[in-house]
Design a protein around this ligand. Structure first.
Ligand code: NAD
Ligand code: MN
Length: 495
């Protein structure tokens, strides 16, 4: 049920391998497992139990029971908040181990996992812990004959499905608001990267969460994921992942009309006007596509540059990639970019690079595998120029360290290019003209606009998309609404 592991940085820990149900780790009903692979070495780390539909049923039953149990149901918001604070403290205490596991299983740089991802978990848990006793209803004054008020009540059992690009962060974004509002949860991990959140699972028990409140399972999407989405006793589904899978989830959830939140793909535009501070634009646009190995749903993967500054911008951007995007072992302090998460993602990104070439774009930089000591799913950071708006590399989410550059001549054309997509997640604008910045921000069809930055997300600010980038919001105060029901109570006061 567990295995002792040691990482290349010397850190040792006991890795749980089971399904975390009712505060205990258990085997899958038929004993099936999924191997977790280290993308740096291509070697198996360990094999983790993978839930069957029966196991999903067991987890949902545990969550259902916990939802009605006084040990959870009768807690005040203040008491729930205190449990979440305790959990945040435990995550902080285990920060180095969690970051080590994330680096090993996902391939992201250790320093990033520690400073950004584990820190995000702590921040999100504390933020929603603080809201747990501040999320209440209203009295609505309709005159003396009636007392009307609302109470915010939890939805029930929340099925949550997360992807592999930010395992720890995505778990926190989902668990934080759900627990804050008093729900119980079955969280299904991405089968490519289950290890860090399984390690975190036992901290929920240690923090004092009653059995069944938080259940965390590994499993295949089509098996465990779809069983969760279709389960009649699940009240809500929150999903982050691809748009194609999001559509399937929506369809399956419709059978019992579940409340849904979807956070799906993107092809986010970044516009550089001719009055922009070019060095700033280069710094942010580089990290906006090249950080996290380019595996970011809000990656600003389409860069539109005013024709007057296009050549200069590309020259500076290439220099920035060469200076900053050091590809290598993610445990090395000097590494900026590790391997893609899996062989499947590596193949997919390379096929897009080939497609870009065939479509006639110019590879100005990169465009090839970059194995380290002959191993690993590493891809050189890739810059495409001479891109046409009808090319696949400009239209489809690549989810790798690949950026497409296009020149424009007018503001109108830039907005038209930015909006010429089925997606609408992030977007960025670089200009020194304040009036233009705010004007364009309103014209862009996206859930988020960064002015003079990119991917500068923050747990206190709502995150989510429009069009086929999703439904609903996570983070910020807006992140609470998808996890509670506003019940109206009418009291007749008339004689
Ligand atoms: P995916 O959407 O298939 O997987 C995301 C999660 O959904 C995983 O936990 C998976 O097990 C689960 N899932 C898969 N099929 C399911 C089903 N039928 N029912 C319920 N759950 C299901 O994504 P992927 O295949 O891992 O990646 C493919 C592409 O998706 C990537 O190349 C990238 O473009 C995109 N992606 C986007 C994000 C994002 O944050 N927006 C995250 C990961 C992947
Ligand atoms: Mn892995």
């Amino acid at each position: 049920m567990e295995v002792e592991l040691t990482a290349p940085n010397g850190r040792k820990w006991t890795q749980p391998l089971g399904l975390f149900i009712n505060n205990e780790f258990v085997k899958s009903s038929n004993g099936q497992k999924i191997a977790s692979v280290n993308p740096t070495t291509e070697e198996e780390i360990c094999s983790v139990f993978a839930a069957t539909a029966d196991d999903v049923d067991t987890a949902v039953a545990a969550a259902r029971k916990a939802f009605k149990d006084p040990s959870w149901k009768s807690l005040s918001g203040t008491e729930r908040g205190a449990l979440m604070m305790k959990m945040a403290d435990l995550v902080e205490q285990h920060a180095e181990t969690l970051a080590t596991i994330e680096c090993l299983d996902n391939g992201k740089p250790y320093a990033v996992a520690l400073r950004e991802n584990v820190a995000e978990v702590v921040n999100v848990l504390k933020y929603y812990a603080g809201y747990a006793d501040k999320n209440f209803g209203q009295v609505i004054d309709v005159g003396p004959a009636k007392l009307a008020y609302t109470v915010k009540e939890p939805l029930g059992v929340c099925g949550q499905i997360i992807p592999w690009n930010y395992p720890l962060d995505m778990a926190a974004w989902k668990l934080g608001p759900a627990l804050c509002c008093g729900n119980t949860v079955v969280l299904k991990l991405a089968e490519q990267t289950p290890l860090s959140v399984l390690y975190m699972a036992r901290l929920f028990k240690e923090a004092g969460f009653p059995p069944g409140v938080v259940n965390i399972i590994n499993g295949h999407g089509r098996e465990a994921g779809s069983a969760l989405v279709q389960h009649p006793l699940v009240d809500k589904i929150a999903f982050t992942g691809s748009t194609a899978t999001g559509k399937e989830v929506m369809k399956m959830a419709s059978a019992t009309m579940k409340n849904i939140t979807l956070e799906t793909g993107g092809k986010s535009p970044l516009i550089v006007f001719d009055d922009a501070d070019l060095d700033q634009a280069v710094t942010w646009s580089h990290s906006g596509i090249m950080s996290n190995q380019g595996q970011i749903c809000t990656a600003t993967s389409r860069i539109m540059v005013h024709e007057k500054v296009y050549d200069e911008f590309i020259k500076k951007f290439k220099a920035r990639v060469e200076e900053i995007s050091v590809v290598g072992d993610p445990f090395e302090e000097t590494t900026y970019q590790g391997p893609q998460v899996t062989k499947a993602q590596y193949d997919r990104v390379l096929s897009y690079i080939k497609c870009g070439e065939e479509e006639g774009a110019t590879i100005a930089l990169g465009g090839e595998p970059m194995p380290q000591k002959g191993k690993g799913f590493f891809i050189a950071p890739t810059v495409f120029t001479n891109v046409k708006p009808n090319m696949k590399i400009f239209r489809e989410e690549i989810f790798g360290p690949c950026v497409a550059m296009v020149a424009f001549s007018t503001e109108e054309e830039a907005i038209q290019l930015a909006n010429d997509t089925t997606y609408g997640l992030g977007s960025a604008i670089f200009t020194r003209d304040l009036v233009r910045a705010h004007r364009v921000a309103r014209d862009i069809e996206a859930g988020m606009v960064w002015i003079n930055s990119s991917n500068d997300s923050d747990f206190r600010i709502p995150f989510g998309g429009v069009k086929q980038s999703g439904i609903g919001r996570e983070l910020g105060e807006a992140g609470l609404a998808p996890y509670c029901n506003v019940k109206a109570i009418h009291v007749n006061m008339a004689a």
